[in-house]
Design a protein around this ligand. Sequence first.
Ligand code: ZN
Length: 467
Amino acid sequence: MTTIGEHPTITFLGAAGTVTGSRFLLSSGETHVMVDCGLFQGLKELRLKNWEPLAIDASTISAVVLTHAHLDHCGYIPKLVQQGFKSKIHATEFTSKLAAVILRDSARIQTEDAKWAAKKGFSKHNPPKPLYNEADAEKAIQQFQDEPFNQRVEVAKETFVTFHPSGHILGAAIVEVEFFGKRLMFSGDLGRDHHPLLVNPSAILPGHFDALITESTYGDREHVASTTDFQTAINETIDGGGSVLIPAFAVDRTEVILVRLRELMEAGTIRRVPVYADSPMALKALDYYREAINNGSPEIREDVRADWVGRDPFDPGTLVELNTVDESKTVNDPSQPCIIISASGMGTGGRVVHHLRQMLPNPKHTVLLVGYQAVGTRGRALVDGAEQVKMHGELVPVNARVEQIEEFSVHADANELIAWLGTCSEKPGQVFVVHGESGVAESFSDLVVKKLGWRSHAPKDGETAEL
Ligand SMILES: [Zn+2]
């Protein structure tokens, strides 16, 4: 890291050269503000980075600003608190609420993994310890401070932030940061137009920006229509007497899938079979979406607010919410056609692993992958055509039909990202491209230069740049 002086700088402590671990540190003299504070996920070499010492003393950070509640943006917060961070975490109301759910779950998983490692004797810590525990998560949750959308708030010395809806998940924001006279815009994760519940991503505000920090998850591609569509895959499976398993991220993807299933069942396009929502975290998130709709939250589409207050847009009439493990077990290897939506979205943990283990060997069933599948995950292996996958120490044959469905992506693709950047009224000082797999961020940065003629750069991990 270069020396941090009086001149405002940004240091990329994560999501540089990779998608996960978003952590961007703004520094000027004694003031340090962190935008997003996420966990590294996926490959082991990335996950190990969560254990590396942070490049700054956590107790010297004046504020954390959070774009949204996904684990790769908020999951490091309890570790930061454990290391002495005592100030506020500024986030929108539903980001705070969802982050609380996600951080508690993360702490539980960290603790269980440590116990498992202790039992199996594989851990570099002796005795194995979790990255953080439930008490760390609870302490962190107390430090959240809710901020409204579209209002400029002061979060630290000469630091003002404004949250604008990003259409990615409930609570998610594009964040404008004024830092010691420099004006920055963080895309967070940028959603797409036509989310069934959330408003379209906000355009960039008028005026000059010294830097735009943009994600690039799908920065090297365009969303294309899948070869098989959602309803065809479901109909063919149900007609064949099988069931459909949809691994889905607990927050947002479950909601979007449920809305789509309701619409298709109402239209008579797919048969009314039981729909099981099988993830405690997803069910909590579902209640927050219902609350946001009923309270007329500004990030909810106007037509949804008008049509669905006091009614449930997520229930096609056959929705069954499975809260307990025993309830979940009742749908193991279903004999009657049904649709099961379960987390995690990449098949890395949670109840979906049990369903995969039961359903993958049976050619009657179908697994529909509806989200981004990171390198190194089971979901990615399935997409890549694996003939068997390892689960609970056992190789499970993949005989079920596996399809990847693109229509539910909640990340903007290359063209959509360029279009959003193009809403900037003046040429920005510079663009930093982050949050892309290795090679993707660089190629999107080249695209920014080519299409918009702006100065753009994909920073390396740990790099510091002057603003
Ligand atoms: Zn996200």
